[in-house]
Design a protein around this ligand. Structure first.
Ligand SMILES: [Fe+2]
Ligand SMILES: [Fe+2]
Length: 258
């Protein structure tokens, strides 16, 4: 594949381009005579600016269900996605929601805790609060998606009035001199005076910053909370017609060629 037409100083020699293609071909899996191709984002995450072999191979490409992943029901629910896509990383969400329940918080906040890192465990980590909010926005109370969006910023700022300090493990993970980006600071400033500030803050308070493998929480514990507060579309997530349907479809079939 020729990437030399793209802007910027990338892949300026055919040799580099060919080498990337060869590596990609080697890494690709062949399933039912269909080649699995990957989106740019997956390659960028490996530090490579390429989309692999693209469409020029004269081969069938994977479209539809991905046989490498657990099959999903025709009308998948939120719980189906938890079990068939997010598990086992979803334990972090279950533990946070469990803590919120133990702390006697209302349903709405328990749901917010259950979904707060849905992008970390199930979609894209970078800017996870924003992605997560967008993913669930059509199906939850506006306060829930707002709180999830804003926990992205609030987690970097302490609020001693509710016992929330800057997390110790952020110092380990990001370094002592880490400063949040300006857009994070701006969202924190906006959130501070918002009527739902404390809802977003409660996500931080009930976040579990160290995963405890001794505690295993079952998703069933939250079936009622989800039933009461998540507007599950009868067509199934992804088959409905909302601003987030395409994101659920991509989660279901992440390597569709188009
Ligand atoms: Fe988070
Ligand atoms: Fe979290």
């Amino acid at each position: 594949m020729n990437l030399d037409h793209s802007a910027g100083p990338i892949m300026t020699t055919t040799t580099l381009s060919e080498r990337a293609d060869a590596l990609e071909l080697q890494q690709m899996q062949e399933l039912n005579n269909q080649l699995v191709t990957k989106s740019l984002l997956y390659h960028l995450a490996d530090g490579e600016r390429t989309i692999g072999p693209g469409f020029g191979l004269g081969r069938r490409l994977l479209m539809g269900e991905d046989p490498r992943l657990p099959p999903m029901p025709e009308k998948p629910t939120l719980m189906d996605f938890f079990r068939l896509r997010f598990s086992p990383a979803h334990q972090h969400l279950l533990q946070s929601a469990n803590l919120a329940q133990k702390n006697g918080l209302p349903d709405k906040i328990v749901l917010a805790c259950l979904l707060h890192d849905i992008a970390v465990v199930g979609f894209i980590k970078s800017d996870h609060g924003y992605w997560g909010a967008q993913l669930i926005e059509p199906y939850v109370d506006e306060e829930v998606s707002w709180a999830i969006r804003m926990h992205q910023a609030l987690r970097f700022f302490p609020d001693e009035s509710v016992g929330y300090s800057y997390p110790d493990n952020y110092i380990v993970m990001f370094g002592e001199d880490y400063q949040p980006d300006p857009y994070i600071v701006a969202d924190y400033e906006r959130a501070k005076s918002h009527k739902w500030y404390m809802s977003a803050r409660m996500i931080c308070v009930n976040d579990l910053y160290s995963f405890d493998p001794e505690i295993l929480i079952e998703l069933d514990q939250f079936e009622d909370v989800i039933g009461r507060n998540f507007k599950q579309p009868s067509e199934g997530l992804g088959n409905d017609n909302t601003s987030a349907s395409h994101m659920w479809r991509t989660l279901r079939r992440p390597c569709n060629a188009l």
